[in-house]
Ligand binder design. Structure first.
Ligand code: NCD
Length: 326
């Protein structure tokens, strides 16, 4: 297997072999956790430290990273709302913040930022200073969210009995401003035999760079605006919320509010009734109305398992990244 990257910036850095290796590790970690033996993991990263610096809100990503660190015996320093509670509110730029914090000897620096490319900038600062710190991109604006792609992949792998041949993945919702679909599509593009359907209003369709990536890997995909046409064919349904916080254009915002009012992109009983009995419904969460609560009772809903998988895969990722520094 190739060497894991020093910094986790894009899902594209992971080969299928690396990802499946992490999934296998995550399965073992899940078994340890589920049988109440989590103290077995405590010594694994004892004495190492993690900084979580989040400039955007988060529930799952921050807690699962921090808990992954806790379970393995790491120490952590954390800034939620970094824009308000760190020196950024005084006008400090990202580079200066990273330069300063990297001097305090963290082993891992988990960064969530509003601006696309922020994690890459942080990694450049670290490398320039020749620091032995791993940057993990925990979401950079409408760029990427690679550790989410790992947990999404892990969930699909689990749901489909580790076989990803000949499956059709349907992505729906806000595919333009959401970063999770971008990262997951990049990972799945490395699996020949997968087909993809991107279902979104025209203003929110998946961006050109992702389409180009799929073309390069010769992955067949279709673009659709009517979810009801795509549900019956889908083996995996990956749903997302409208990323209202990223939509600046007033006309698009009004258009989206209308879509929201009509519920065209909602999943409820009528949508469930046309899906395959073997389909799996995923969502990175938070959901804000686009998956109705009645769906939670359906065995095809996998989004809370998916969120839980975030802990296992992030433990596996930390153990792998920090293996050589032990
Ligand atoms: C996603 C994100 O932040 O991109 N959330 C998450 O990390 N699970 C999705 C979203 O906010 O819609």
């Amino acid at each position: 297997m190739e060497k894991f990257p020093k910094h986790v910036l894009s899902s594209d850095q992971f080969s299928p072999e690396m990802i499946e290796y992490l999934c296998g590790q995550a399965e073992d970690i899940r078994a340890i956790m589920e049988t109440g033996k989590k103290r077995q993991l405590l010594g694994k990263l004892h004495g190492m430290s993690m900084f979580t610096v989040f400039y955007e809100p988060s529930t799952r990503t921050r807690f699962s990273f921090e808990q992954a660190g806790n379970v393995c015996g790491m120490h952590k320093c954390s800034t939620e709302n970094a824009e308000i509670t760190s020196s950024v509110s005084k006008g400090e730029n990202l580079e200066d913040t990273v330069k300063t914090l990297s001097g305090y000897y963290p082993d891992v620096f988990v960064l969530r930022h509003k601006v696309k490319g922020a994690a890459k900038r942080a990694a450049e600062v670290i490398d320039e200073k020749k620091k032995n710190v791993h940057i993990i991109n925990a979401g950079d604006g409408k760029g990427e969210h690679p550790s989410q792609a790992l947990l999404d992949f892990y969930t699909i792998w689990q749901a489909k009995g580790r076989k990803l041949d000949n499956i059709r993945i349907m992505f729906g919702g806000d595919l333009k401003y959401g970063r999770t679909v971008r990262s997951l599509a990049r990972v799945l593009a490395k699996y020949p035999g997968i087909t993809m359907t991107f279902v979104a209003p025209e203003a929110l369709q998946v961006a050109e760079d992702i389409r180009a990536d799929l073309d390069t890997h010769q992955i067949p995909y279709t673009l659709e605006s009517d979810p009801m046409k795509a549900f019956p064919e889908a083996d995996v349904i990956y749903w997302t919320r409208l990323q209202k916080e990223r939509i600046e254009d007033e006309r698009t915002r009004i258009e989206l509010e209308e879509i929201e009012r009509k519920g065209t992109y909602n999943i409820g009983s009528p949508q469930l009734s046309v899906m395959k009995p073997t389909a799996n419904i995923l969502h990175p969460l938070p959901r804000v109305g686009e998956i109705l609560h009645e769906v939670d009772q359906d065995p095809r809903s996998w989004y809370f398992t998916q969120a839980e998988n975030g802990l296992y895969i992030r433990i596996a990722l930390l153990l792998e990244l920090l293996r050589e520094s032990e």
